[in-house]
Ligand binder design. Sequence first.
Ligand code: PEP
Ligand code: MN
Length: 263
Amino acid sequence: LVSRKKKPENTIIDIKGEKIGNSKTHFVMGPCAVESYEQVAEVAKAIKSKGIKLLRGGAFKPRTSPYDFQGLGLEGLQILRQVADEHDLAVVSEIVNPAHIENALEYVDVIQIGARNMQNFELLKAAGDVDKPVLLKRGLSATISEFINAAEYIISRGNGNIILCERGIRTYERATRNTLDISAVPILKQETHLPVMVDVTHSTGRRDLLIPMAKAALAIGADGIMAEVHPDPAVALSDSAQQMDIPMFEQFMDELERYAISH
Ligand code: PEP
Ligand code: MN
């Protein structure tokens, strides 16, 4: 059902007036993890001033180590909702447990399914059963075909509002945290009718590569860019090395303005 052969025209997903897939460039920005009201509010103000509508933040963090910060959970979702409402933004946040999907509907505008859960089929089915857009990230070592099949799990249950997100794959290269598979973007656009975004933060794990990778993503037709922004990345509870601070975020947006499609 996600195949372009079945539906030649692009799927356009309306998230609080932001129409993803309409050939404009969309940005999903916010901290890696929700840490406090003040932290999210500061980032929300900055993204709002750049005309960005989609606020991200992790409340449930699927960390590689059980000893790392696991997120604020429900409290994190509540903070996101409150800040988003105060600034008229939409919330994108990861849900990791199929049993949490129903409850999350009250707080999020987009359900994110993370790389580590791309083949959590019960989670995919639960997301497919609700009427809420899903941002599905490519698995750590998933082929494009496996990625498309994961989206198929969601759409086959009735929910076709899916944004695919390339976030880098695991290769032998260690200079970057993952290898951004840039060719996945045009392939996914050719093979499916779904919007495709690129997460420049988790694909690189390097702050100094965010701008060039975002330019590359836009050049090859990505519908949007995800990146992480934190008021003080040095003290961030997760992804300290790759989140942008607010001045860098502003520079990022100024630089990308020339490449983004905004009309
Ligand atoms: C995230 O976007 O917060 C995240 C954990 O990313 P990924 O699932 O791509 O690792
Ligand atoms: Mn992160």
